[in-house]
Design a protein around this ligand. Sequence first.
Ligand SMILES: O=C(CO)[C@H](O)[C@H](O)COP(=O)(O)O
Ligand SMILES: [Co+2]
Length: 218
Amino acid sequence: MNKLIAPSILAADFANLQRDIEMVNASDADWFHIDIMDGVFVPNISFGMPVLKAISKHATKTIDVHLMIVDPDRYIQTFADLGANVLTVHYEACTHLHRTIQAIKAAGMKAGVALNPHTPIAVLEDIIKDLDLVCIMSVNPGFGGQSFIENTYKKVSQLKHLIEFSESNCQIEIDGGVTDQNASALVEAGADVLVAGSFVFKSEDPTATIANLKAITN
Ligand SMILES: O=C(CO)[C@H](O)[C@H](O)COP(=O)(O)O
Ligand SMILES: [Co+2]
């Protein structure tokens, strides 16, 4: 299956956001990855609804929203209205995860769950069939530009087995510290979607960096 590259806009130049969005539109990238942080669930605040609205106006590819906020149920319909196609909530932020997933789907979006590095794959056993995507955090959420946590490979393999065993159609996304050094090993372990922020936007030629990531994973 086609492996997807999702540049994280967190690492874009916010003073030249339209330029960076157009770059992604014209590139080999598949999705826009949008990191929403509330300063409570994670120790950082990124950006919110007005910025997502501006991104949606120009983005021509799937908008993958990664919510790093407490009580995400409050904003599900808002994110649907703002153009999110995939909405991912954190397992650690949801008391009634099954209800949250159903609400995301009822709002017309694909439903994802993200797991912090310390959260085992096994917590998803009873929800995996309801999910469209699982995002394995390969850094502690809250900041771009961190180093990839090696334990991620083991979690990808475990999740791949769980998906196959459960006959789920869920995709596996990896988020944090993805580079050309770990991309092909992640795909080999079972990853379907690779998020890359700093590695793309801090490179000399982001378009070529995306093309390279796409080429080495497909
Ligand atoms: O969710 C995130 C941080 O919480 C970002 O998506 C992630 O860090 C990607 O950035 P980078 O590729 O720079 O690590
Ligand atoms: Co993210």
